[in-house]
Design a binder for this molecule. Structure first.
Ligand code: ADP
Length: 770
């Protein structure tokens, strides 16, 4: 390693030493020069005094003799001295005997000499003779030029200084060499060895001691460096080991990471694959849901169209002259058709729940009557040995607020199950008020439901046991729908059942009271019931008759009735009926199971005999009692048809299906409307051109031109802007309503429609003129 000369330690050391030596030398030289100066200064006076002493005697004699010539000689002699520049001898009369002088020496160092010693000095010597010391003879004056001494002194001082410098210079060189040999060279050797050595290399951890420096500071330095080398080498070795371990760990880590990455990649690809599968499944599910919706719509259309025809025809037939039995048969056929429609609606409703599209109405309705109607409708499903009874609390409100259609669905689902799963005993439908609403209970003495199945059966398409479908049929939809409906009304559905002992379903619905119960006008009379104490009939009559003001008694058999004043005998015992008649004159009300009315000839034998089918409805019973006990005829309800007969609304019916044409035409004619029929949209447009109408009833799906297109054209033409168009369609899906509205139709009537619905529509869209 090359170090600049001026940076070398030896140079710095030498420079310092020399600097100190130089300063000291200069100081010593200056002291020496000072001493020399003092001695030179003294020597001037001493030498001139010596000269004066030497000259004293001759000068005294000259002055004594007043010898100018000798005086001249003496002063001239004195002037020979290099320092004397003037000599003057005067006698005691101040007569100048001699006065000699010469110019002083000029030189460039003179000012310095003059500064040190003064420019010149004057000496005088009083002259006298030794034997007459008191006699003043004259004075010898000497002017001394100090430069003669000063130049000598300056020469010596210069030499002294130069000498000092020269010594310093030599000393510097010697010291430089010595320091180089003693310090720099071994240090440079050590530095070279240090910089050439690499502690990372094994075996490179020793420096050699420079010769002769084994025990001095350099030796110690080398020793310490060697120790440091050893510890560094150890440390480097340890680090290397640690580094190796680290590298090993890193490699292992890398291996793990790459393995994990591979795993991740694999699971990623699995994930994306299953994602794709999921997406595919979702798409398929959506497609299926759409297909299901379309299927439901189509199915509902396909089923409703013939149903519409069937129900319409039956309704028309019901309006014609029929005997009681035919009427009952037809009305049951009509009701069954309606049940079928409701079943269809169940399926649609469930799909609506799934789609979250169920909307609930809130209108007043007579729930008691509705429950009786429903029970009456379903009574045909009751097994022969099952007694179906509607037990409505006497204080039950006349009307409550809610959605009658949906409540009817709940009643009919629970009741049809009870009837289906009960072969013997009773099925009771109870209705009572609870705080904030109503309680509907359906109790049966049927097969019951095992406890473990009681949760399961509320799932769609689920039944209590494997054999249920085979034995009883059913789809497993009813309870799911019922529970959803209760939930939607913020109510609760409870179940209580024991296998073999029957079931009790109880729905608590928060339906507020709209109109409180109105007790009917009290009746008068003695009524006796012949019925088993545990029968539904006995319970019903016990609850109702006393509250209507009647005297009521129940008997197990007819013994003891003879001679008793009875106004009416009510019984459900057909077997012993014929034994009764001779002994009892009172009219008899026979309560029979559905379809078990006695034939006409037997009725004639037992006259006066009234027959009513189970379940007894409160109103029907009341009217019958009034007629029988008070001989009054019940006032028939005012005929809505009568109102309409004056209307004679002009209706254009656009419908391709001949059966539906017949049904709608029949209903409209009954409502007093004049009807024109068009088989498709194009024909309707033609007829509209010719004649004026109050309303168009438009089927949606027709050949040639469908109802949507026809409605669009009617609206586009702008000629009949206020003409109401009401869609008639079997498709009950919500999208369908929207579609109709978009085509320009004003309202919507789902097929099969009832006469009341049609009437309400006409009422709404065709205002009574005049
Ligand atoms: P479905 O009656 O069409 O099978 P539901 O959802 O109405 O469907 O009823 C589900 C199941 O619950 C029935 O299959 C039956 O096993 C059981 N269940 C419902 N009500 C009763 C009942 N009153 N008595 C006995 N089992 C019943």
């Amino acid at each position: 390693m090359d170090i600049k000369f001026t940076n070398r330690l030896s140079y710095k050391q030498a420079r310092l030493t020399v600097l100190v030596g130089f300063i000291l030398g200069t100081l010593l030289s200056l002291i020496q020069i000072g001493i020399d100066y003092a001695s030179e200064d003294a020597s001037i006076n001493r030498e001139v005094q010596a000269l004066l002493q030497i000259s004293h005697d001759p000068a005294s004699r000259i002055a004594y003799n007043i010898d100018a010539e000798l005086a001249q000689e003496l002063t001239g002699g004195l002037l020979q001295s290099p320092a004397i520049i003037r000599a003057r001898l005067i006698d005691n009369n101040d007569t100048v005997l001699a006065d000699v002088h010469r110019p002083r020496q000029e030189d460039s160092y003179r000012p310095l000499s003059d500064f040190l010693f003064g420019e010149q000095r004057q000496f005088k010597d009083r002259l006298f003779l030794a034997h007459m010391p008191d006699d003043y003879l004259g004075t010898l004056y000497l002017d001394v030029d100090t430069y003669a001494f000063g130049s000598r002194f300056l020469d010596r001082a210069g030499i002294t200084l130069l000498n000092g410098f020269a010594r310093s210079l030599v000393l510097t060189g010697i010291l430089l060499g010595l320091f180089y040999i003693m310090l720099t060279k071994p240090l440079v050797t050590v530095i070279g060895a240090l910089s050439g050595s690499d502690p990372r290399q094994p075996g490179q951890t020793r420096l050699d001691y420079p010769n002769g420096h084994e025990h001095d500071e350099i030796g110690v330095l080398v020793k310490v460096a060697n120790q440091q080398f050893v510890s560094m080498a150890t440390e480097i070795q340890q680090r290397r080991n640690a580094e190796n371990r680290l590298t090993q760990y890193l490699n292992e880590l890398e291996d793990i990471v790459s393995a994990r990455t591979e795993e991740l990649k694999a699971s990623n690809s699995r994930l994306s694959q299953s994602n794709e599968e999921l997406e595919e499944a979702r798409r398929r599910a959506l497609d299926m849901a759409q297909a299901r919706a379309a299927f439901l719509a189509n199915m509902s259309h396909e089923i409703r169209t013939p149903l519409n025809g069937m129900l319409g025809m039956i309704a028309l037939a019901l309006d014609s002259g029929l005997n009681a039995e035919q009427r009952q048969q037809l009305s049951i056929a009509h009701d069954s058709g309606k049940v079928l429609v409701e079943l269809l609606n169940d399926i649609l409703d469930l799909s609506k729940f799934d789609a979250g599209q169920l909307e609930l109405e809130r209108i007043p309705f007579d729930m008691g009557a509705m429950v009786e109607d429903t029970a009456n409708l379903l009574s045909q499903n009751a097994a022969p040995s099952v007694e179906l009874t509607c037990l409505i609390a006497p204080d039950f409100p006349s009307s409550v607020l809610g959605d009658p259609t949906r409540v009817r669905q709940i009643v009919s689902n629970l009741l049809s199950n009870a009837l289906k799963f009960t072969r013997f005993g009773r099925v009771d439908l109870r209705l009572s008020s609870i705080v904030g609403g109503v309680r509907l209970e359906v109790c049966d003495t049927g097969i019951g439901i095992p406890e473990e199945a009681q949760v399961r059966i509320f799932q769609p398409f689920t039944q209590a046991g494997a054999g249920i479908t085979r034995q009883y049929g059913g789809t497993g939809l009813g309870l799911a729908l019922t529970r959803n409906l209760c939930k939607a009304m913020h109510g609760h559905l409870h179940i209580n059942s024991q296998t073999g002992f029957g079931s009790r379903f109880s729905a608590d619905l928060p339906l507020p009271t709209h109109t409180e119960a109105v007790p009917p006008a009290p009746l008068k009379g003695q009524v006796v019931a012949l019925s088993n104490a545990s029968s539904g009939l006995a319970e019903l009559l016990h609850g109702l008759l006393p509250s209507w003001g009647l005297d009521y008694q129940r008997r197990d058999d007819a013994s003891g009735l003879d001679g008793m004043a009875i106004d009416l005998l009510i019984t459900d015992d057909t077997e012993h009926l014929f034994e009764l008649r001779p002994g009892i004159n009172a009219p008899i009300l026979l309560v029979t199971a559905y379809g078990n009315f006695l034939p006409a000839e037997q009725t004639a034998q037992l006259a006066p005999l009234h027959q009513q089918a189970r379940p007894l409805a409160r109103n029907a019973l009341y009217q019958m009692l009034r007629r029988t006990l008070q001989g009054e005829n019940a006032t028939p309800a005012p005929s809505e048809v009568g109102r309409l007969l004056e209307r004679r609304a002009q209706i254009l019916l656009v419908e391709d299906n001949p059966v539906n044409q017949l049904v709608a035409k029949g209903m409209l004619a009954k409502l007093g409307c004049q009807v024109q029929v068009a088989a498709h949209g194009a024909e309707a447009l033609e007829i509209l051109e010719r004649e004026g109408f109050d309303m168009v009833l438009m089927d949606c799906n027709m050949p040639v031109m469908d109802g949507y297109e026809a409605s669009r054209r009617i609206r586009q033409s702008g000629r009949w802007p206020d003409l109401p168009i009401v869609a008639l369609t079997a498709n009950a899906m919500p999208e369908e309503r929207e579609r109709c509205r978009a085509a320009g139709m004003n309202d919507y009537l789902a097929k099969p429609f009832r006469r009341e619905e049609l009437l309400a529509l006409i009422d709404h869209w065709v205002p009574v003129s005049g």
